[in-house]
Ligand binder design. Structure first.
Ligand SMILES: Cc1ncc(COP(=O)(O)O)c(C=O)c1O
Length: 346
């Protein structure tokens, strides 16, 4: 079946990078113990430890929602709360998974360009020790944010220092952390652990992997129950070698960097091509692999007939155009010219 070649809907609308597919195929040659007790899974774990530090604790899971939920479940009890952006995937796009699995309260904050601040978190630390209030335990941020924007390293570090001072843990939803790291010209470790992040949901699916994410714990003492919660929450993959093989290939060939640089660059080209088109507003800076814009309803309808993309906010007509590791430059140029023609024809 022939699928659409050009889409700006999401980086997880793309297929699998050939290097990843090859790594899966190479691992498909016999029997080995299941549930991660095999040499290929160990290779994947070693690749992660090489990147993030040997004492990193690694838990492979199926998907990004599972990674976020396992991160929360590991450190938060039902009487505690998680402070996050209202727009965060954890709060808005996981069908209440964390609330169900952990039974805790999420405290969604009004974000600014996708980001939350120390001052906002501080506002929720006034009733500590009061049994009538859910007690804040974890702050969760997304990097890049759901709006394709970036926390600066200083902002992350400020959040981390504040969390440590206030007995909170800092979780980062890094479903697209590769895009952030390359945009900031930092290593994966320097953009996460070294800034004070305690727990990372380390994604690869959106950047060329087939499936499988990893929850990484950098701070000791947080994982005494994690392996049980992973199984109980249906995130323990029996044929785990195929996740390990992907992470091994993803990290050892610098594929993460290559793919993320490419998708970021495609978004940047798209923005450059259309930034002067009349009547388009760009309410958010383009900092990773997504371009957000506000365009009239008629333009949305016409463009969507040719190119799949999502409307993020139906009230404001905020739309998202997202680039992927396999987005072609000529397709970006073509799309940009169709945007221009469409806008001029209204
Ligand atoms: C910021 C963010 N976190 C996590 C996820 C994980 O989602 P999934 O459970 O679909 O793998 C996504 C997917 O869109 C996302 O955008």
């Amino acid at each position: 079946m022939e699928l659409k070649k050009i889409s700006f809907a999401s980086d997880n609308n793309s297929g699998i990078h050939p290097t990843i597919l090859h790594a899966i195929e190479q691992s498909n040659n016999g029997h080995c113990f299941a549930y991660g007790k095999d040499p290929i899974t160990q290779r994947g774990e070693m690749a992660i430890k090489k990147e993030f530090g040997q004492d990193t604790e690694v838990f492979f899971v199926f998907n990004g929602t599972g990674a976020n939920v396992l991160a929360v479940k590991s450190v938060v009890r039902s009487w505690q709360s998680v402070i996050c952006a209202g727009i965060s995937h954890l709060n808005e796009d996981e069908c209440g998974a964390a609330e169900m699995a952990v039974g805790c309260k999420l405290i969604p904050l009004t974000e600014k360009n996708g980001k939350i601040s120390v001052e906002q978190i501080a506002d929720h630390l006034t009733w500590l020790g009061d049994e009538h209030r859910a007690q804040p335990k974890l702050v969760s941020i997304t990097q890049p944010t759901e709006y394709g924007t970036l926390y600066t390293p200083e902002e992350i570090n400020e959040l981390a220092v504040f969390c440590k001072q206030n007995n909170l843990l800092l979780h980062m939803d890094g479903a697209r952390i590769a895009n952030a790291a390359v945009a900031l010209s930092l290593s994966l470790r320097a953009s996460t652990r070294d800034l004070g992040v305690d727990i990372l949901s380390f994604g690869g699916t959106k950047n060329g992997m087939l499936m499988g994410e990893a929850v990484l714990f950098f701070t000791p003492g947080l994982t005494t129950e994690t392996k049980y919660f992973r199984k109980q929450n249906m995130q323990l993959f029996s044929k785990m070698r195929f996740v390990g093989a992907q992470f091994d290939a993803y990290l050892n060939n610098n594929l993460w960097q290559h793919n993320a640089s490419h998708s970021n660059q495609m978004a940047s080209i798209l923005f450059e091509q259309i930034k002067d088109v009349p009547n388009i507003q760009f309410p958010l800076p383009v900092q990773a692999n997504a371009v957000f814009a506000i365009i009239p309803t008629l333009a949305i309808e016409r463009l969507q007939q040719e190119f799949p993309f999502y409307v993020f906010n139906e009230k404001t007509n905020l739309i998202r155009w997202m680039c992927s590791f396999d987005t072609q430059k000529e397709d970006v140029i073509h799309f940009a010219s169709r945007i221009r023609e469409t806008m001029l024809s209204l």
